[in-house]
Design a protein around this ligand. Sequence first.
Ligand code: HEC
Length: 149
Amino acid sequence: MGTMRIFQAVQVATWSAIGALAAVALFGQQPATPDDPKVARGKYLVEEVAKCQDCHTPKMDNGDLIKSQWMKGASMGVVPVSPSVNWRNKSPDATSTSTLWKRWTEEGMVKFFETGRNPRGTKAGAPMPTYMMKREDAEAVVAYLKTLP
Ligand code: HEC
């Protein structure tokens, strides 16, 4: 009797372990999905708090954002009233497939949103804001950007 129960317990434990291993094998290497809470938070920070898309997504003539080019970089369309040497007329592609991402790496991206400084050690030109986010927020923003093709 006792042995049977132990046998069953071992069997359950073994199957759970196999299940966990299979889950790691199947999903371990996959990029984060939109259901990932970190990605969801990053999406919220990007789209609703920082409004990155207003500057990084090109617009149609009527001002609507072009969804198929989400965060792919855009022309600013506005100029400062007082001339500024640091003003940039274009924002870069900030998606996971951008050259920026390849050059900076994921950690460089996180550091940029955490410290406001890019891997060259400088701040981005205006009107890009200098964000100094909490580490976990910077990571969430980058986790979301990583899901963008
Ligand atoms: C008000 C407009 C504006 C907003 C809002 C904005 N950006 Fe930018 N961003 C720019 C411009 C313009 C540049 C180009 C700056 C440069 O070339 O130095 C830029 C540059 C960048 C860069 C490259 C920086 C560098 O040093 O080369 C990244 C990455 C980036 N933005 C991501 C984001 C993300 C993510 C958000 C939201 C959290 C955001 N931006 C919000 C306008 C904006």
